[in-house]
Structures are given as C-alpha cells and as structure tokens.
Design a protein around this ligand. Structure first.
Ligand code: ZN
Length: 80
C-alpha cells in the first residue's frame, strides 16, 4: 500500500501482507519492497479491475518459498 504527497512524491509504503512500514526517505523506499500493479483482463473473474499491493522482502521470501517452481532470477546488468 502506497501513499503519495500532494506533489506526487512517495510518502508511505506499507506491506499489505504483514503491515510492516517500509522506510521511505526523500520519496524513495530504502528497504526491499515489491509492488504489484495488475490489470485483470477479460479472461479473469476480475475483468476491469486493477489491483495494487506491496510486499516487504520477508513476505516476498515467505510467499515465493511456497512456489512449486522457483522464481526465475537473472543478474541485473549494471550501467556505470
Ligand atoms: Zn511483509
């Protein structure tokens, strides 16, 4: 869950799963957090709905550990 200031700067991020408040400084989350923004389409039962939520890194790890198939991970290219 994210809250923005009037100017559009990020103010608050809270993990939807455990309620943990993520540290935000100068509009940037300073801890690991994943944001899901998904537009459900015609082939779902949520057609026309856009769902938003955030997960802290601990909840992400807990949830993804339950996966039958592991998360696919690749190294991010660094641009210097
Ligand atoms: Zn959490």
């Amino acid at each position: 869950m994210r809250k923005y200031k009037n100017g559009g700067q990020l103010e608050t991020v809270v993990c939807n799963c455990c309620g943990k408040k993520i540290i935000v400084s100068e509009g940037v989350a300073r801890e690991g957090v994943i944001s899901i923004n998904h537009s459900w389409d015609f082939f779902s039962e949520k057609d026309g709905e856009i769902h938003h939520f955030d997960l802290c890194e601990n909840c992400y790890d807990t949830i993804t550990m339950e996966f039958k198939l592991p998360v696919e991970i690749e190294e991010q290219l660094e641009y210097l």
